[in-house]
Design a protein around this ligand. Structure first.
Ligand code: FMN
Length: 185
């Protein structure tokens, strides 16, 4: 089986735990590139989440000449998790000024999977318009918004609920959650 290759961007929104969980799964079965914005680093530290030590290639946010920033470097998809409103705005307008926004821009122009796990509430009209623009351009907007119908007992259960849906959209097998099979199951 050909190993899949993904790019994971982490930006300055709350919820570094989502990125960590996604990396725990992906780094065991795929080739992974990690880019973390400066505020993403600060917030992960504040939330006591370590994003270090994964079996992955770490890229500096300003390394705009990295291979993944070119459409000629093929990979299977990108996830920005969590995705700040600022990075959403940049992606929705094609403002590719750092390695996260440039790689997302490449993803969209090459018609590859590009998932934005946004985290902000409430949403202004600006946020909503930017989400619609990004979706129109081919991104999948997947707000960090766990459901409760699987009766979560822990925060980890809630995190898994969000990450499971991301993995589904990357076509990566996982067993993070029990799939819904009706009220009686
Ligand atoms: C502690 C903290 C929490 C934040 N949480 C959010 C958030 O949940 N969502 C968001 O859109 N921005 C949030 N921000 C604001 C962004 O970090 C800020 O707009 C930043 O410029 C984003 O830059 P980046 O997307 O390059 O990481 C937060 C900032 C701080 C300091």
């Amino acid at each position: 089986m050909v190993e899949k290759e993904f790019v994971i961007g982490v930006t300055g929104a709350s919820g570094a735990c989502y990125a960590r969980r996604l990396l725990e799964v992906l780094c065991t079965n795929s080739k992974v590139h990690i880019i973390i914005s400066d505020v993403g680093c600060q917030i992960a530290a504040h939330e006591n989440v370590s994003l270090n030590g994964f079996n992955a290639t770490y890229h500096a946010i300003d390394r705009i000449a990295a291979p993944i920033a070119s459409g000629s470097h093929r990979f299977d998809g990108m996830v920005i998790i969590p995705c700040s409103a600022k990075t959403l705005a940049a992606i929705s307008t094609g403002y590719a000024d750092n390695l996260i926004t440039r790689t997302a821009d490449v993803c969209l122009k090459e018609h590859r999977t590009c998932i934005l796990v946004t985290r902000e509430t409430p949403l202004s009209k600006i946020h909503l318009r930017n989400m619609l623009s990004a979706e129109d351009a081919g991104a999948t907007i997947m707000p960090a918004c766990p459901g409760f119908y699987h009766n979560p007992k822990t925060i980890d259960n809630l995190v898994d609920m969000v990450v499971a849906r991301v993995l589904d959209h990357l076509n990566v097998e996982h067993n993070l959650i029990k799939r819904w099979s009706g009220y009686d199951a």
